[in-house]
Design a protein around this ligand. Structure first.
Ligand SMILES: Cc1cc2nc3c(=O)[nH]c(=O)nc-3n(C[C@H](O)[C@H](O)[C@H](O)COP(=O)(O)O)c2cc1C
Length: 209
């Protein structure tokens, strides 16, 4: 079983969000999962230009680092989305990546996977960001088991204090992949959206005048 984290901070190895995601992956490893980390800081991914190619035939027109990252996500059983809070929202890097995943949304290529979201922030916005990222997971057909955010403030120990809970989240994600718990509310929302996504595949989603 593989658990793959996508980290949306531009700060690479200095990223505290990456460290938090690493704790989650460490827990997943303890529970028997194989782990993978896609750090968007290492990748060159251009923004979606709404050409609609992906919604019509599942293919993106850009040949950048996106498709290899997408394949690694497809190969995973569990997904962790991790972003720092930037002006009360996800980072631009994470948003660009999510927009490029429109094909995964429309064709529901991640359906049946389980996932969770984590965020770090200085003061606020962490829960809003994990709530949003879990909502995005649902858009992909992924059942979200939980979100966890850490407000770091000026406390250099805040992240380390979150390690035990983050590892536990990773262990629970592995357990969810194995035991496939049901979340009726999420399932209902995902079923409703599936028809909308199917109509986009049939007709495209941008109707120019
Ligand atoms: C452009 C930018 C915007 C930010 N916006 C917020 C914010 O709205 N609220 C907040 O509490 N912290 C904000 N922060 C602080 C980051 O969320 C915080 O430092 C986070 O832990 C950085 O994670 P990283 O080390 O993984 O990049 C912002 C930081 C940057 C660089």
């Amino acid at each position: 079983m593989k658990i793959t984290a996508v980290v949306g901070s531009p700060r690479g190895m200095r990223s505290r969000t990456r460290k938090l995601a690493g704790f989650v992956l460490a827990g997943a490893e303890e529970a028997g999962g194989m782990v993978d980390i896609i750090d968007l800081a290492d990748l060159q991914i251009v923004p979606c230009t709404a050409c609609e190619s992906c919604s019509l035939d599942g293919m993106c027109v850009f040949a950048d680092d996106f498709s290899a990252a997408y394949d690694r996500m497809l190969d995973a059983d569990g997904l962790v989305l991790a972003s720092p809070v930037y002006v009360d929202n996800i980072s631009g890097q994470m948003k660009v990546f999510i927009d490029r995943l429109a094909d995964a949304m429309h064709y529901q290529t991640f359906a049946g996977k389980y996932g969770c979201s984590v965020a770090t922030t200085r003061v606020s916005g962490g829960d809003a960001v994990t709530g949003y990222l879990n909502h995005v997971l649902n858009y992909f057909g992924v059942t979200a088991i939980e979100g966890m955010s850490v407000a770091l403030g000026d406390d250099p120990e805040a992240l380390d204090r979150a390690e035990a809970a983050a590892r536990d989240l990773g262990r629970r994600l592995v357990r969810a992949v194995r035991e496939r718990p049901r979340y009726p509310d999420q399932e209902a929302g995902m079923a409703e959206r599936r028809e909308c996504f199917a109509s986009i595949v049939r007709e495209g989603w941008i109707r120019d005048e």
